[in-house]
Write a protein that binds this ligand. Structure first.
Ligand code: DGT
Ligand code: CA
Ligand code: CA
Ligand code: ZN
Length: 583
């Protein structure tokens, strides 16, 4: 059982207790425990195997949580949770996690209106009955309805990062299967889409039945949805679906091209084939009149038969890739190795789990040459944000560190400064002016009207000491819509004031998204891909950001933190128009 699964179990326990009106202190213990376990770098399961008494030494894990951890790992369940699950109607579980509702309100709906299913809840909201309850309003109804549609989408699609874990496990599982000679994952996974509907596994094998038998033994399978001669679909315990297709060697490239998609990309590819008197399908490229096989073993052959280049999978969305190819301008997309700095991360001074020194060592081990420490500013009280004094003390520590460690690695004095609800920055200009790097971000007042949010961000961009806007639209995938912001106005301001915009690489954020990164590129705005790490492990999310950047068609030079710090530094505050293009 991995840490995320254990954390999920405690979250469910807390939800159910809250639904039943349990004591808030107990809830808090479970929720804190869940958060701690989710973020803990060492496997809880191996701690329990090694020495369970070490559990309570972890900050945030008390005796109660520790005991339940041991029971969960040793017996596969928590007795109390099992009892709760027996008491509460199953359909209620889906209600508890609806954004904008939560267990407490769900309990009221259950008590007062006997609501136990999503459908009943939706109907009651649409009929305007929920607003009549004490503590509910018209606005609550709207939020719940919004939450229901987000939750519905969330049930269907999973984060790319989680899909990648499943894909990696599946690769490992299939590796010993001798019947397989080639294996590739296709579909939205290969295109690097931020969320996935399912996984599409493609293999070459002479004996499909052997492969399907082996595939069917993947440990996490709950149900086989279908099985044919060369095709099999299964559902995992988390509801996620995996499709397997076995193809002959001479069709592997054609099948890979076909099942990588996207559908829209393939529509254009097919019409291109038709224009040339050819026919393309998952078996190959054929002469449309004689049916003669022309290509199909590799994707490169398939595209070449249509006089097209091998499109990077991330660009296959029927956006601009065909025009770019026609002009011979398919970009050389950024790669993770191009990234040499990380400009957004937190430490133990606020809500991070590691010290500056630990973050520095981890970043160095990843091959980076500079990082900016950007802890939260004072407004973010929940994270124990920094006031001017504490910030300056942190900067002294950074100065010392840099002196001791010489020139090979640089730690920059940064801050993630909140943009206040009423507008303006959370720290005074005299403080900000002493920073090497200032990311400005919105954490409060996210529901304000469009004009107000836009003005706050645009004003932050005007501030001479702000370098970059962090997670510029505030969306959380499957959980929270972006702020209502006039993004064009943000682009204009960033361009005018020579500021950068972040692509936050956290797999739940990926903000700016691919489409908006591509739009920012048109304005010539440098994108900064940042981990926003809250632990040393958190630095590794950079690759998800790079994948999203590739989908946006960004090259290494479109991304600011592929430069050395001294090169990057010169770009800040330099209006894009000044010499036409940032290079
Ligand atoms: P997903 O799974 O919703 O994240 O998105 P995809 O793109 O992986 O979609 P999926 O799994 O339904 O199919 C994989 C690829 O196979 C898709 O991108 C294009 C191709 N494909 C699947 N069904 C069709 C179809 O009915 N027509 C065409 N032209 N292509 C299809
Ligand atoms: Ca798929
Ligand atoms: Ca599929
Ligand atoms: Zn942050």
């Amino acid at each position: 059982m991995n840490n995320a699964q254990i954390a999920g179990t405690f979250e469910q326990l807390a939800d159910l207790l809250e639904f039943q009106g349990a004591n808030p202190f107990r809830l808090r213990a479970y929720r804190n425990g869940a958060r701690t376990i989710r973020d803990h770098s060492e496997s809880i399961e191996s701690i329990v195997a090694d020495d369970p008494s070490r559990l309570t030494e972890i900050d945030g894990i008390g005796k109660g949580v520790a005991e339940k951890c041991v029971a969960l790992i040793e017996t596969g369940e928590i007795a109390q949770l099992k009892e709760l699950l027996d008491e509460v109607p199953k359909s209620v579980l889906a209600l508890l996690r609806i954004p904008g509702l939560g267990p407490k309100k769900a309990a009221i709906l259950f008590r007062e209106m006997q609501i136990t299913t999503l459908e009943q809840l939706q109907a009651a909201c649409e009929a305007g009955k929920v607003r009549e309850l004490k503590g509910f309003a018209k606005k609550t109804e709207e939020l719940i309805l919004q939450g229901i549609s987000i939750a519905a989408a969330a049930n269907e699609r999973i984060f790319w990062a989680l899909g990648d874990e499943i894909a990696t496990a599946m690769r490992e599982h299939l590796r010993p299967c001798k019947a397989i000679s080639q294996l590739e994952l296709a579909g939205s996974y290969r295109r690097g889409k931020e969320t996935l509907g399912d996984l599409d596994v493609l293999v070459v094998a002479t004996d499909p039945q052997t492969v399907m038998n082996h595939f069917g033994e993947f440990p996490d399978i709950e149900q086989t949805i279908g099985r044919g001669e060369t095709k099999m679909s299964v559902r995992l315990s988390n509801g996620f679906q995996i499709d397997l297709r076995v193809v002959p060697e001479e069709s592997f490239g054609a099948a890979l091209q076909y099942f990588t998609g996207s559908k829209d990309h393939n529509v254009v590819v097919r019409s291109r084939a038709k224009q040339r008197g050819l026919k393309i399908n998952e078996w190959g490229v054929f002469n449309a009149t004689t049916d003669e096989y022309i290509a199909g073993a590799t994707e490169k052959d398939v595209y070449a038969a249509l006089d097209m280049p091998l499109f990077p999978p991330e660009l296959r969305e029927a956006r601009r890739e065909f025009d770019l190819a026609a002009e011979g301008e398919l970009p050389r997309l950024i790669e993770i190795q191009d990234v040499c700095g990380d400009l957004h991360m937190h430490t133990t001074e606020t809500d991070g789990k590691a010290t500056i020194l630990e973050m520095m060592a981890a970043a160095r081990a990843q091959g980076l040459s500079y990082i900016a420490i950007t802890d939260h500013s004072q407004r973010v009280t929940m994270a124990h944000g920094l006031d001017a004094d504490r910030l300056r003390r942190q900067w002294e520590e950074i100065d010392d560190l840099n002196q001791r460690h010489g020139k090979a690695f640089t730690v920059l004095k940064g801050i993630e400064c909140d943009i206040l609800e009423a507008g303006g920055m959370d720290l005074q200009d005299d403080v900000l002016s002493e920073a090497d790097w200032v990311v400005a971000s919105i954490h409060y007042g996210q529901k304000q009207p469009r004009s107000q949010i836009t003005e706050r961000i645009v004003n932050a961009l005007k501030n001479p000491y702000v370098s970059c806007i962090a997670h510029p639209t505030g969306r959380l995938l499957n959980r929270r819509e972006p702020y209502d912001v006039d993004i064009e106005a943000v682009f204009e301001a960033a361009k005018t004031h020579g500021k950068m915009l972040e692509l936050n690489a956290n797999p739940m954020r990926l903000d700016l998204n691919d489409v908006l990164c591509a739009a920012a590129k048109k304005y010539g705005i440098p994108i900064v891909i940042s981990s926003d790490a809250h632990s040393t492990d958190g630095l590794a999310v950079m690759r998800y950001g790079v994948l999203q950047a590739r989908r946006a068609g960004l090259t290494s030079s479109d991304v600011a933190n592929t430069r050395t710090w001294s090169q990057l530094h010169k770009l800040i505050g330099k209006p894009v128009d000044q010499d036409d293009q940032v290079v």
